[in-house]
Ligand binder design. Structure first.
Ligand code: ADP
Ligand code: MG
Length: 590
């Protein structure tokens, strides 16, 4: 999954589709079908973002189409408001409903989330069908057409232009959104929430934003639907249609924006053909196409789980991030003077059930120092990292960072304070390019929100963030793989990507959890050189490492943990001979 900004083949296909209706070759029937494909595409594009990219499966998207459609239906038929003026109203109503529903839904985890969407999908369907002022089951008829001046857009060819302008704009807006700072955060949601949070992404807000964006595209589709169909009734806004929309997104390729259009076309054609063909075959009328769709879904999931788009058009071209201008990058943080107290861990304790993972541990980190945190497997090193970085709450004790007590720490707050970290088990967004993964580290250095990204007003800022990411990649020696998908790198390289990402935050304290594990000898030497370099710049490093030569040669001081307890602290030369340490290592597991 990648989001290129200049795809040629899709552009040619799009052009062919857009020109076709005006060649006089296509009968009205087909144009009408194309219009419905366009309208469905809008919903499916939203779902690509929500489900394929954000990892939130929604069966209830048709309900938002309903909100868009009913809003304009009521305003135009009951209040005589001009259709163009109801567009903002349809979008605002959908946005408000999605904001409320989303605030509850996106917090659900695992299978509860799709189940939740089914629940409200059904609930809204019955709501539409039972409210008298919405015309109950009969719905509302007599919706006026859109007009250009005095010309009503009734001919499907006229409407075709409107629908497909909307689709093209939705594609561009969505691509722009995904390509930017918020887009990287969204793309990290499904693959690595932990990494996103560690670099300051408010994941709950990002999920809600995606949810509302997807709903607004559905609302737009509903508004277009109402003025094309000229009547609305609850039927198309239920869970069956909702499932079809989801199928469209999955069929095309759940991570691809263009795939949504392909999926919408595929499903719309298929339904159209099945409705003609199945009764003829089975000799009866009924909703057989629902069964056929079920079979199609199973088939796709079995044979082409990433959708049809990649099969037809191959892997996407590498994305083109903005080119850095004039060597400018994000401004560095001013670091405290070397030797000042930075981090104070005081009686830090973490209990998991009956297990004391971190047992009243004490140590300090001064600025401009490398502190090694060592100990056998299971000693509590990673847990200590998680306490410092706000991933886990302390059971008791205190952690202070530059005078701030971190008692109610969140990972986002830790990032904002300048704590940059890596993970023992790499947390990388595999289907995002290496440089974009690194740029995720600079999330808090940018300000651009979704609107600026959609309108591409984020270019100057993006150039700065990417200049920073590029610089950090140079430092870790990975500049030549910057545009490869991160998933294609070896484990050792991924660890270096994580180091670069942490440096991208312009941290005050770098927390590295076994950064040298899986690195080759040459890479280890380069990493050691880099850590010395960052120390000389005034950065502090808290280093968990199993390679004793590596950590002993680098660290100014070492803290040794065993079974959650600090058993020794001192300079490397002393620790090497410390009886308790020798005992722990010789008698220990590692
Ligand atoms: P280290 O990084 O030093 O190898 P950890 O901090 O990962 O050790 O683990 C310390 C102890 O805490 C281990 O016994 C581990 O099984 C346990 N532990 C770590 N995380 C959790 C958790 N989330 N729930 C329960 N036990 C945990
Ligand atoms: Mg560990």
């Amino acid at each position: 999954m990648k989001f290129s900004r200049g795809p040629i083949i899709p552009a040619i296909c799009a052009l062919a589709i857009l020109v076709a209706p005006f060649t006089g070759l296509l009968p009205d029937y087909w144009i009408t079908l194309f219009n419905y494909i366009g309208i469905s595409s809008l919903v499916a594009i939203g779902l690509v973002l929500l489900t394929g990219v954000g990892g939130m499966t929604s069966f209830g998207q048709a309900a938002f189409v309903g909100f868009g459609a009913y809003t304009t239906a009521v305003l135009t038929t009951r209040f005589g408001i001009s259709p163009w003026l109801t567009l903002p109203a349809s979008l605002i109503v959908t946005m408000a409903v999605a904001g409320l529903i989303g605030a509850i839904t996106v917090r659900l985890s695992g299978h509860y989330l799709p189940l939740g969407t089914i629940a409200w999908g059904i609930a809204f369907f019955y709501l539409f069908g039972n409210l008298d002022w919405l015309g109950a089951h009969d719905g509302l008829a007599g919706i006026p057409p859109l007009r250009l001046g005095t010309h009503p857009l009734i001919d499907p060819r006229d409407y075709f232009v409107v629908v497909w302008i909307a689709v093209v704009m939705a594609v561009i807006a969505t691509q722009n959104l995904l390509g930017g700072r918020i887009g990287r955060a969204i793309r990290a949601l499904r693959r690595s929430t932990r990494a996103a949070e560690a670099f300051g992404v408010n994941t709950a807000a990002a999920k809600l934003m995606v949810f509302v964006y997807a709903a607004m595209l559905a609302g737009l589709a509903g508004w277009l639907y109402a003025h094309f169909q000229r009547s609305v009734s609850p039927g198309p806004f239920g869970i069956t249609t909702g499932t079809e929309y989801l199928l469209m997104a999955v069929l095309g390729g759940a991570g691809r924006v263009y795939g949504a259009i392909l999926g919408a076309a595929g499903i719309t054609f298929l339904r159209d053909q099945l409705q003609n063909f199945l009764p003829w075959l089975i000799g009866n009328t009924g909703n057989y196409e629902t069964i056929a769709f079920g079979a199609v879904l199973v088939l796709i999931l079995q044979t082409a789980s990433s959708g049809v788009w990649p099969i037809l058009f191959g892997p996407p071209p590498p994305p083109a991030p903005p080119t850095p201008r004039g060597g400018k990058t994000t401004p560095e943080r001013t670091l405290p003077a070397p030797g000042t107290a930075l981090l104070q861990v005081q009686d830090a304790r973490k209990v998991f059930g009956g297990l004391v993972a971190v047992n009243d541990v004490n140590f300090d980190v001064q600025s401009g120092r490398i502190i090694g945190l060592i100990g056998p497997n299971g000693a509590g090193k990673s847990t200590t990292f998680n306490l410092i970085t706000g991933v886990l709450p302390l059971s008791s004790g205190q952690i202070q960072f530059e005078g701030h007590a971190l008692r109610t720490q969140t990972p986002q707050r830790a990032a904002a304070l300048g704590l940059g970290r890596t993970f023992q088990h790499v947390e990388i967004v595999a289907d995002m390019s290496v440089i974009e993964n690194v740029a995720l580290g600079a999330h808090l250095l940018g300000r651009a929100g979704p609107l600026r990204a959609i309108l591409r007003l984020d270019r100057a800022e993006e150039a700065l963030l990417f200049a920073n990411a590029k610089r950090q990649l140079d430092r870790v020696g990975l500049a030549d793989v910057a545009f490869k998908p991160a998933g294609t790198l070896a484990l050792g390289q991924l660890r270096l990507v994580e180091v670069a990402r942490a440096l991208c935050l312009h941290p005050v304290l770098l927390l590295l959890d076994e950064p040298a594990a899986g690195l080759r000898v040459g890479e280890k030497k380069a990493l050691a050189r880099l850590l010395r370099e960052v120390r000389s710049e005034g950065l502090s490093v808290l280093l968990v490492e199993h390679d004793m030569d590596f950590v002993m040669s680098l660290a100014d001081r070492l803290v040794v943990l065993d079974f959650g307890t600090r058993i020794a602290e001192g300079i490397p030369a002393d620790i090497r001979q410390h009886p308790a340490v020798l005992e722990a290592y010789l008698g220990g597991v590692s």
